[in-house]
Design a protein around this ligand. Structure first.
Ligand SMILES: NC(=O)c1ccc[n+]([C@@H]2O[C@H](COP(=O)([O-])OP(=O)(O)OC[C@H]3O[C@@H](n4cnc5c(N)ncnc54)[C@H](O)[C@@H]3O)[C@@H](O)[C@H]2O)c1
Length: 387
């Protein structure tokens, strides 16, 4: 498998050791799986949890046995971090608080996690001349220029006013009272710091801006494999409603527009970055699927139809209900209106394009959700409430 692999310029790919921080999360679990099944690379997997990568760690019979080692640690306070970064050729930092429900309700934790906790990672990479791939977010763009134009302005239809370009688009956030922007702002500052380390100290870096990557193992289903009062990201929120046969909650009418990409397409892009440092270093990459644009309301409607198909259950008569963002997320919430990634840079550098349609990615994801959770949910619902 390993020896015949070549990079985009035809050079043989040498096996490397990757220090992956946040390896136990949604993206990390898919990236570890890809690296174990398709490459010769070794992963030092760092996280507080490992539930989502247990299947890669446990069986001694796995062909990749010995190439992935889990280190349970919290990067906030663990002296092993620098040593692990030094042992690796490349560090990938995925660790973050990255659930919108936390941005305005736990702004301090959000800022610490996305900026302060990432600082030592950047510092150790820079001081030890180690390459860094850092996960930022499409939220760094904030709102589009277009949303400030009058509602009936024809310019709103001009891509110049809403397509998000890594090297041109401004980052437009709301006021400080709108604490929703704590996440985006912390991510932006760490991007600026990494960029400056590259410019002043020669750090070899790549910054990834994911645009709504979704798929199996994303977040948790409240009350089943996460806290019952927890509010995960939209895919898990809607999945939870569908599994419980409740109407989907649409925040502020579900009018925000998003582009969704299948996690497996996005992981292909990350693998290209890992294995083509000469093409990826010094770049910031949007990674999304501009062809899969829908409003959150349309996403809910599609998920309702797809879930009915994969579960065999008829959709509810009233499939959605409207809730205000204040009711759902609390004070200080705000949102990006629209997020369409420009793909010029990633196309030029890595020749990558997403493949999976929204319909197909929802079908495969909801098949997984139904298979994994439907029985567990029935048991939770059937349990009598303790008096
Ligand atoms: N999924 C997306 O569409 C998306 C969109 C934008 C940005 N991102 C970014 O990508 C990265 C990964 O996202 P994800 O969707 O996999 O999130 P996730 O929450 O599933 O994974 C993050 C992982 O980091 C770990 N972690 C957090 N703090 C840690 C600490 N102090 N020490 C050790 N481990 C810690 C968590 O335990 C978790 O397993 C994040 O930086 C996120 O901001 C993701």
């Amino acid at each position: 498998m390993a020896s015949s692999r070549v990079d985009l310029d035809g050079n043989p790919i040498k096996p490397i050791t990757i220090c992956m921080i946040g390896a136990g999360g949604f993206i990390g679990s898919h990236l570890c799986e890809k690296l174990m099944t398709e490459t010769p690379h070794t992963v030092l997997a760092l996280d507080v949890y490992n539930d989502k990568i247990k299947h890669l760690l446990e069986p001694d019979t796995n062909p990749w046995h010995g190439r992935i080692n889990f280190h349970r640690l919290n990067i906030k306070h663990d002296s092993r971090l620098e040593g692990l970064i030094k042992m690796a050729d490349l560090t990938i930092n995925l660790a973050a608080i990255c659930t919108p429900a936390d941005y305005n309700t736990r702004p301090l934790d959000t800022i610490y996690s996305n900026f302060i906790d990432a600082l030592p990672v950047v510092k150790y990479c820079s001081e030890n001349n180690k390459r860094l791939i850092h996960f930022s977010t499409c939220e760094v763009y904030g709102k589009t220029i277009g949303c400030f134009l009058p509602k009936d302005s024809p310019l709103r239809k001009d891509p110049k006013y809403y397509v998000l370009k890594e090297d041109e688009s401004p980052c437009i956030f709301g006021s400080i009272e709108k604490q929703r922007w704590s996440y985006a702002c912390a991510k932006q500052l760490i991007e600026r710091l990494i960029y400056a380390e590259g410019a002043e100290n020669g750090l070899e870096f790549t910054i990834v801006r994911p645009f709504n990557w979704i798929g199996p193992r994303m977040d948790f289903i409240p009350g089943v494999d996460g806290p019952s009062e927890g509010v995960p990201r939209v895919l898990a929120c809607f999945s939870n409603n569908l599994l419980r046969r409740e109407p989907l909650k649409l925040v502020d009418g579900g009018e925000s527009q998003r582009t969704f990409i299948y996690i497996k397409d996005a992981i292909e892009a990350v693998l290209l970055m890992i294995e083509n440092p000469a093409r990826a270093n010094g770049h910031i990459f949007n990674v999304g699927n501009p062809n899969n644009e829908v409003t959150v309301r349309q996403l809910g409607e599609m998920m309702t139809q797809v879930y009915s198909k994969v579960s065999g259950e008829p959709p509810l008569e009233k499939a959605t209900i409207d809730v205000s963002s204040k009711e759902f997320y609390g004070e200080g919430y705000d949102d990006s209106d629209k997020r369409i990634p420009d793909m010029t840079i990633i196309n030029r550098q890595l020749g990558w394009n997403p493949k999976t349609s929204l319909w197909d990615l929802l079908e495969s994801t909801l098949t997984y959700q139904h298979r994994t959770y439907a029985e567990a949910i029935k048991k939770v619902i059937a349990k009598p409430v303790a008096s």
